[in-house]
Write a protein that binds this ligand. Structure first.
Ligand code: URA
Length: 234
């Protein structure tokens, strides 16, 4: 790829700043000053940009404990996004794998690996996602059975079978729910269809990856090699 593209992907500056810095002779590739922004690089080289070494990896993988109040998008003019919570020098091409509602918290994977994201999100791949949920009203075994069989949620959506495990039931109830789909507001709509309102929703797992309990809301970390391997070899 072009040198200026690699530098822009790694978010060292804007495209025009990068071109200027290169022209000024402040970029070296394997120790040689390079003044042509269009030269081809692989990312294996040692690249120094205005005195700082630029690390390059083709793909990066993170997990975040998403807090409430931010949206699962890469970029938004008005609202804070999950990527706004990551360091300034994060690469430019990262995106969240699927969406959590603004008020939903918990596990969100963030990567620039489009192929992996596609495989995790494709309905055909049946990736389990488990959430902890708090709802108004008393959950019952009838709800568990209904969810396990799949049911018509509303005019535009029939849910596939899902697993509901009740943790406590009373005026409000808590449960774990595992679904394989990812329709808009899916879990909230499923509970509404059985007369309960979701008041808290936290994603705990996505396929083989579980939320690291050490991450506070708003914190994130890179996936380990082991976790990346598990995701790819599902
Ligand atoms: N289902 C919802 O209703 N909201 C989410 O954020 C995720 C699943």
């Amino acid at each position: 790829m072009r040198l200026d593209k690699l530098l822009a992907d790694m978010n060292v500056g804007t495209r025009s700043e990068i071109k200027k810095v290169i022209r000024k002779g402040q970029v070296t590739v394997n120790g040689e000053v390079v003044k042509d922004a269009s030269i081809s690089v692989t990312g294996e080289e040692e690249i120094i940009y205005a005195g700082e070494k630029v690390g390059y990896e083709e793909y990066e993988y993170y997990m975040m404990n998403k807090p409430a109040g931010v949206i699962s998008a890469s970029d938004d003019k008005r609202q804070e996004t999950v990527l706004d919570l990551m360091d300034d020098r994060r690469r430019k091409d990262l995106f969240p794998v699927g969406r959590l509602d603004k008020d939903t918290v918990g596990l969100l994977l963030i990567t620039n690996d489009g192929q992996l994201a596609h495989e995790l999100l494709s309905p055909k791949k049946h990736v389990d996602k488990t959430y902890r949920v708090k709802v108004t009203g008393e959950l019952s075994e009838d709800d568990v059975e209904k969810f396990s069989k799949g049911f018509k949620v509303d005019d535009s959506f029939t849910a596939l079978p899902s697993k509901l495990e009740i943790i406590s039931a009373g005026e409000t109830s808590e449960a774990l729910i595992t679904i394989q789909e990812g329709k808009f507001h899916q879990i909230k709509r499923m509970f509404l269809a059985v007369g309960k309102e979701v008041v808290y929703l936290k994603r705990l797992t996505m396929g083989p990856i579980s939320l690291d309990e050490k991450l506070e809301e708003g914190e994130y970390r890179r996936l380990t090699e082991k976790e990346i391997e598990k995701l790819k070899n599902r």
